[in-house]
Design a protein around this ligand. Sequence first.
Ligand code: IPM
Ligand code: MG
Length: 359
Amino acid sequence: MVYKIAVLPGDGIGPEVTVQAVKVLKAAGRRFGLEFDLHEGYIGGAAYDATGHPLPPETMELCQQSDAILLGAIGGPKWDNLPVHLRPEAGALLPLRKALNAYANLRPAMIFPALTDASTLKREVVEGLDLLVVRELTGGIYFGEKKRESIPGGERATDTLVYTTAEIERIARKGYEMARQRRKKLTSVDKANVLESSRLWRDVITRLAPEYPDVETSHMLVDNCAMQLVRFPTQFDVLLTENMFGDILSDLAAQLTGSLGMLASASVGDGVGLFEPSHGSAPKYTGLNVINPIATILSGAMMLRFSLGQPEAARAIDDAVGAVLRKGYRTRDIMEEGRQRVSTEEMGDLIAAQVENPN
Ligand code: IPM
Ligand code: MG
């Protein structure tokens, strides 16, 4: 099989982590007989510098014509003062997600046994943690009408949080499908005690739940969920939630695993899937070869699983990450006493070698 992959390294440490993920994908390709036809494209600040726009039409076209997209990270202080439509986040990442109709953002937070003591929470709290945040990605307050107007004495800014039944239903079905492949527990997170959009959200989930009798459905308010995530996180299997709540809760969930540098993500819907680490472009670490590439490497595994139909190759990458951590290799963010500190590149080399020759 030959797969056409759009590789969008982006800004900051994006290029460094992307190189490592590509290296590991190629190693999986050699072992499982897969070929990757890789095409690089500009996105974010790098695209703005090269072409005047953070999401140039060539990049959009490349993405639409690919089987899957691997993205590093975008943004940085250099582009923060541009008009909003030219900024990497609002001008490239959000429109790309929207154009691909990538409405389902899957963010697994799973603790590798070797890293149980790397978490900032006690071992007994995080041991065995394995949850999946299913975040709605193309609706809600990120995409509702926005405006800013002058009023006497200052300004007024408005963001609008909108959801339709259809938008809630499709992400809920995705959540249920995921729960069915896991421990069959779905916690729908909302703010139904305050928000009308959350009340509609809860109505839709309540209507769908009987169609999934094998899955245990429950509802939780988002503030309580944040608290439960640090109190007793192993109670969760699938957390289903809207766009902004999912943004916030997924960072929280990531830190439970020891580092945001471990959290992969997949953004999928009806079109081409987009795979990227959940972390940002970490401008101050750019070029230092110290960043943890595992989130991006695991995003490559998610690509194999969710877009390319290669679950065995995906599992080989997941297993290789576990094995390399078990052998004691650590990047700076997950370093503990008595372990072997390695660079971004060395971590990529170790995982690629392990994928090709598991031992
Ligand atoms: C994420 C990021 C983005 C988001 C930003 C960069 C727009 O925080 O993918 O979680 O809020 O979706
Ligand atoms: Mg975020």
